[in-house]
Design a binder for this molecule. Structure first.
Ligand code: PHE
Length: 364
């Protein structure tokens, strides 16, 4: 083996056993750097005779080539190994449970119920509840809707086959008004309650679902009149829509359980091409939209609950919660409320930590 071949094979052995990229670089400098051993040999070619150069040239260049290629290969192998190590260390274990990022959201209906409770609590109302499976007497008869009353047909009631222990026809409540009866029979007046909850009617299209939500309001005290009703609704609607310029219109109407009865409209107007609750309903493209039914509690209903209607009077109202949510938060198809589509819930849902407060704006 010539000196050059020995030199080359020495370097090849060193390259093979180099521990890391730095050691490799050190070898490269010693062999092929400006003052490296092989570079120095290459420089001797200039002083050789043409004959010597013809034999030495290919040998020295061959050695340089061999060493340079070996270094490049070994370096690539080392870098590959490093990358593999890094990838292995960074691998994600998909069988681990997901990290604890906030999941889920508050449904717009739940949000609106919280907003209602907040607004009415500020007016001294407490929240009352009643069962969704109700009896015929509380849902209808006690509310002055006797068996033959046409209003029964209007309610598209879901009836149960079975009767309860007292032989009562059971049904899914068609409105939250039976909570009026329950409250007046359970509590001494004065009474100030709201009762939000689920209600049922056999009805289904873009604006009706067989299950929907209502909130009932009931005030029973001495000397209550329509003025109290109007002020309460006005205060509620302005707080709910977060605008002081929402106008109310009371239209004479009929409900068996209130006398007189009024349907209540809110004024809307068009701002920046969008319909908003509030503003001047008489302006261009403005108008009125019905949001609830109300009236003075019929004295027959007060009597049915064992109270003296010559002492106690009051007002009541009932309002669709889903519709309130649609108007406030700009949703169009009621059916989407109950589809359970996660994309819809993500889009319209509220953060669980966004608790409505009057000071923070109830819909914040
Ligand atoms: N219960 C009525 C309905 O469902 C609404 C209402 C409640 C009207 C209270 C007057 C008083 O349509």
């Amino acid at each position: 083996m010539s000196d050059i071949e020995k030199l080359a094979s020495d370097y090849l052995a060193q390259i093979e056993s180099a521990a890391n990229v730095e050691a490799l670089e050190d070898i490269r400098v010693r062999a092929l750097g400006k003052k490296g051993e092989i570079s120095t040999l290459l420089k001797t070619l200039g002083k050789m005779t043409p004959e010597e150069r013809q034999t030495e040239g290919p040998r020295i260049n061959g050695a340089r080539e061999q060493v340079a290629t070996a270094i490049a290969n070994r370096k690539a192998a080392m870098e590959d190994a490093l990358l593999n190590e890094k990838l292995a260390a960074e691998a994600i274990d998909l069988t681990l449970p997901a990290p604890e990022t906030p999941q889920g959201s508050v449904h717009p209906v739940a949000q609106v119920m919280d907003e209602l409770a907040e607004i009415f609590a500020d007016l001294g109302f407490s929240v009352a509840e009643g069962p969704e499976i109700e009896d015929d007497w509380r849902n209808f008869t006690a509310l002055n809707i006797p068996e033959t009353h046409p209003a029964r047909a209007m309610h598209d009631t879901f009836y149960f086959d079975d009767r309860d222990n007292e032989g009562q026809q059971m049904l899914l409540r068609t409105h939250t008004s039976p909570v009026q009866i329950r409250t007046m029979m359970d509590q001494e007046p004065p009474i100030r309650i709201i009762a939000p909850g689920r209600t049922y009617r056999s009805d289904s299209d873009a604006t009706h679902t067989p299950m929907f939500h209502q909130v009932e309001g009931l005030v029973i005290d001495k000397g209550i009149h329509m003025g109290h009703l109007k002020w309460t609704l006005e205060t509620f609607v302005r707080a709910f829509f977060e605008r002081d310029d929402v106008e109310l219109r009371l239209r004479p109407s009929y409900f068996p359980f209130t006398e007189p009865s009024a349907e209540v409209d809110v004024g809307f107007s068009v701002e920046k091409g969008k319909r908003v609750i509030g503003g001047d309903p008489n302006s261009e493209n403005g108008g009125w939209m019905e949001i609830l039914g109300s009236g003075m509690v019929n004295r027959k209903v007060i009597e049915n609950c064992g109270l003296d209607p010559d002492i106690w009077q009051g007002f009541a109202f009932g309002c669709g919660i889903d519709r309130l949510a649609m108007l406030k938060y700009g949703m169009h198809d009621l059916r989407a409320f109950f589809d359970g589509d996660l994309r819809w819930l993500k889009h319209y849902g509220f953060s669980a930590l966004d608790v409505p407060t009057l000071s923070g704006g109830v819909g914040a």
